[in-house]
Write a protein that binds this ligand. Sequence first.
Ligand code: SAM
Length: 239
Amino acid sequence: MLLLSEGYCRDTGHHVWRGSVSLENERLMRREGKLYSLDREGGRSVYGESILDIDGISWREWIPWRSKLGALFTKRPDIRLPRRGDVLYLGAAQGTTVSHLSDILIEGAIYGVEFSRAPFIKLADLSRRRDNVVPILEDAFHPERFRAIVPPVELLYQDVAQKEQLELFLLNCGLFLKPGGIGVLMLKARSVDVTASPRDIFEKVGGGLSERGFEILETVDLSPYQVDHLAFIVRRPRQ
Ligand code: SAM
């Protein structure tokens, strides 16, 4: 199937023009300074984002102010994350970012863990409309409770805005992330310690990841979209 639109192709890194890219490779697009994901639901807004229709194909605006992953891709279009294989997502909330990940994932499922009931209801709704979203109502600090459901994953994504973000990330990576797999830790400095400087917290967390053998591939400051947030993109050692 050919995609009849123009945009930035994340898989080849080239700007692409009408009719030139296969749909499987092109699920993310930039147009007039905005980021879009290819709508898996065919024209349905999930959180109030705008929908762009190009030749009968629907694209959902990925708003960087609403999604840290959207902020990461907006700031750094060169960054690639695994898009074939399963994903464990800690802190799925109502599924804003999960919905975009679901759009761009080529193969596999997103296992979204959320412990708060109100957002989980919306996440569960989303999963009824999307066959690659598996909602899990659990505390991510107790991975033994969802261990039987979640397979080893290619990508572990965490956005929990909690004090012990590093500990939670290490715990779950140890259990679920395949050797050589990619982890994305969206670190909110203020949640770790409101009194410390964000820079000190980022350094400490970076040190903790390295100590545990993770290779830090990138760190990206998500401002102005998300203030005092740093995205760590790491690789688990192959061992
Ligand atoms: N990642 C979401 C997005 O971009 O659409 C936003 C996540 S919000 C910043 C953080 C979420 O993590 C909240 O919904 C909160 O309830 C959830 N959370 C915090 N600690 C958790 C835990 N231990 N287990 C599961 N969910 C947790």
